[in-house]
Design a protein around this ligand. Structure first.
Ligand code: PMV
Length: 332
């Protein structure tokens, strides 16, 4: 049996940082789904001949045993409901549309693509909620990658249908100002992260500011959704930047503490804020759990942003490397 699939990466506007039990989030998060950064997978299920090598993962053509370990972990957790994971030998060929060494995490896109395959092989259909649930068990933020545009994950009394176990589409009623957005990913460093996300999540469980952070994230998630519905670009940007800096401040104040930002990340932030100040253009940044900047701005001002970006930000990128990604709402 064979299945070819792909899934996109996503960038959180309000961050998931802290989890409990089986990858359940300590606070709700909301993300834009990207279009350029994707993982493509070609999966072959073969009869089991020996109990060795039940999962073989080839990443960009090369066998990667460390990737198989992560997948084994997921398979162990879901095998009761998805016996297909233990009934065959899985040969997975995976590749990204972005360079592996760009410092961009591919766990969200790869776990979402794999979840699509698991649901297909087991049930011969594709159900977004079911895929989201499996993707979450593989890698929390992956559960949001199943939706095309804007996704919400985590129970909130203010968002009907929201759930801890899976993400939902929340593109309804978003102001058209946000329907076509650019995300220029500025690579400050492609080094492997010194501290993994799982360690960061874990440190939140004994973080001095944990309760306050969860309270703030709940408020920010509701407020950003409100800002996106009313077309309030300024409020949107204010929350997005506060979330990015809070995420990194939490890391810096963890015990043990860690810093993922690089000097050029801070230089870029200064230039972005100065440009916004001078031009009044709605250009804001966010950050993942890493040093790279995601520059967010409406597609309608792209021609005003690009000359400045190429002149002022590109030279600060490692080897002048950036990825021009985008977010697009398509009415169903
Ligand atoms: O999905 P994980 O466990 O790799 O955690 C992702 C955490 C952040 O990217 C920092 C935030 C988020 O909501 O995506």
């Amino acid at each position: 049996m064979q299945f070819k699939t792909s899934a996109p990466s996503n960038i959180a506007l309000v961050k998931y940082w802290g989890k409990y039990d089986n990858q359940l989030p300590s606070n709700p998060s909301i993300s834009f789904t990207l279009n350029v950064c994707k993982t493509e997978m070609d999966i072959h299920l073969k009869p089991i001949e020996s109990s060795n090598d039940l999962i073989n993962v080839f990443f960009e053509g090369k066998l990667q045993p460390s990737f198989a370990t992560k997948i084994e972990n997921l398979f162990r957790k879901i095998s009761k409901d998805y016996p297909v994971v233990n009934s065959y030998k899985w040969e997975i060929h995976s590749q990204n549309t972005f360079p592996h060494s760009s410092g961009i995490a591919s766990s969200a896109s790869s776990m979402c693509a794999l979840a699509k395959a698991i649901v297909f092989f087991q049930n011969n259909h594709q159900d977004a909620q079911e895929i989201s649930k499996i993707a979450r068990i593989g890698s929390g933020s992956a559960c949001r990658s199943i939706y095309d545009y804007l996704a919400w994950w985590g129970k909130s009394h203010f968002v009907p249908g929201s759930h801890q176990e899976f993400a939902m589409d929340c593109s309804e009623s978003i102001d058209s100002m946000f329907h076509e957005y650019c995300d220029t990913i500025l690579i400050a460093s492609s080094d492997t992260k010194s501290v993994s996300s799982s360690i960061g999540h874990d440190l939140m469980n004994r973080h001095f500011y944990k309760e306050k952070r969860y309270e703030q994230a709940n408020t920010n998630a509701i407020e950003i959704l409100g800002a996106m519905r009313s077309g309030d670009l300024e409020k949107f940007g204010e929350i997005v930047e506060a979330e990015a800096l809070t995420l990194h401040a939490l890391m810096m104040m963890s015990n043990p503490s860690f810093i993922l930002l690089k000097p050029n990340t801070l230089q870029m932030i200064e230039r972005i804020r100065a440009f916004r100040h001078e031009t009044d253009l709605p250009v804001y940044f966010t950050l993942d759990a890493g040093p790279n900047i995601h520059l967010l701005y409406p597609k309608s001002i792209e021609n005003k942003v690009m000359p400045w970006l190429n002149d002022q930000l590109k030279p600060l990128c490692e080897n002048e490397f950036l990825i021009q990604d985008y977010i697009k709402y398509e009415a169903k």
